[in-house]
Ligand binder design. Structure first.
Ligand code: PMV
Length: 342
């Protein structure tokens, strides 16, 4: 990791990290307490879609933040992160007399429908823990660092490791609401897995995830959703372990459509898919059957489609994508999570 002194003050430290986005296979939708999930979720950690973040910590009389996103000062992000970090003074008391200078860029476009907060907030959590370790001799466990990321931005905790992560308590032995853990039992077919992200709509999200999670509070299907998500988590873990791509695809697509069904049946109600999203889903299902393909879709809280497939089907999937007439496509694979930059 790069740790250099930038100014004359010997209390300045700089940490350079990169951390990826992740795509949920079983969705986290609904939260309680201090950003704890109402159901377990599972995700693939992406590789090429990441935030590159440099954190400089400067001793000062009070806490403050200067945040540069894509080289421009960004007051909106500054305020959001400042509020979050102030709410974490109980966990990070040393922040109270530090100025943080954060410089971040993303490898993926802002409009890509990729959760940039998962990438950036996992990077920030990791950089803060690096400062604690190197300057304050406070050694935080992976679980504690994951909890920082969770408090900063929910599903960000799933970006610290990979390629497959679980967040949320499944039973007494497995999973925790406080932090994400790596799913160890994963079939080799998932070693060479890809994600093609079809950008159908490049406009900013219509519903922020904070509002989206809030929609679950009085939702009529709330309890049955959480039961179903727990069942889906167990089935997805089985599919991942056994390399059962039919089961994987079945749960993946039920989760994607289930998430959107929850939004459509919320009060107020939101329809986030576009006609093109639905058209391509129907095309994919037909093409998949005709060509005996293992290519399945998922959606975030937006219109863009993630196509997940094993590398063996890459050529056929590319042929399918060609038929979709979408200009803006991002290709990604699975990766190990956060990394220090030397
Ligand atoms: O972590 P948040 O608050 O941005 O919420 C993420 C919500 C979904 O992306 C829709 C699902 C998920 O588990 O990532």
């Amino acid at each position: 990791m790069r740790k250099v002194l930038l100014s004359n003050s010997n209390s300045n430290s700089v940490y350079h990290v990169k951390s990826p986005a992740n795509i949920a296979l079983v969705k986290y939708w609904g939260k309680k307490g201090r950003q704890l999930p109402c159901n377990p979720s599972i995700s693939f950690t992406l590789k090429n879609s990441y935030t590159d973040l440099i954190l400089e910590v400067v001793s000062d009389s009070t806490f403050s933040i200067e945040l540069f996103f894509e080289e421009k000062r960004n007051p909106a992000f500054e305020k959001k992160i400042s509020n979050k970090l102030q709410s974490m003074f109980d966990l990070l008391p040393w922040l109270e007399n530090k100025k943080l200078i954060i410089k971040s860029t993303n490898t993926f476009p802002h409009s890509a429908g990729i959760a940039s907060s998962a990438a950036s907030m996992s990077a920030l959590a990791w950089a803060l823990a690096s400062f604690e370790r190197e300057q304050l001799a406070i050694e935080k466990s992976e679980q504690e660092i994951s909890a920082y990321a969770r408090i900063l931005s929910g599903s960000a905790c799933r970006s610290l490791g990979g390629p497959v992560m679980l967040w949320g308590k499944v039973n007494e032995e497995l999973g925790s609401d406080e932090y994400a853990v790596k799913v160890e039992e994963v079939h080799e077919i998932f070693n060479q897995f890809e994600d093609a992200i079809l950008i159908i709509d490049d406009q900013p999200k219509e519903v922020s995830s904070t509002i989206g999670h809030g929609l679950m509070n009085g939702h009529p299907y709330r309890e049955s959703r959480y039961d179903l998500a727990r069942d889906h988590t167990k089935l997805m873990l089985k599919a991942l372990k056994e390399g059962d791509l039919n089961l994987f695809g079945n749960i993946l697509e039920q989760e994607a459509l289930g998430l959107h069904a929850l939004m459509m049946s919320s009060d107020p109600s939101f329809i986030l898919m576009k006609p093109r999203t639905l058209e391509i889903i129907l095309l994919l299902r037909k093409y998949r059957e005709e060509n005996d393909l293992d290519c399945y879709f998922t959606l975030d809280a937006g219109a863009n489609l993630h196509l997940l497939y094993p590398a063996k089907d890459k050529k056929a999937v590319q042929e399918f994508i060609g038929k979709c007439e979408i200009d803006n496509i991002l290709f990604d694979t699975l990766g190990p999570g956060v990394q220090n930059v030397d």
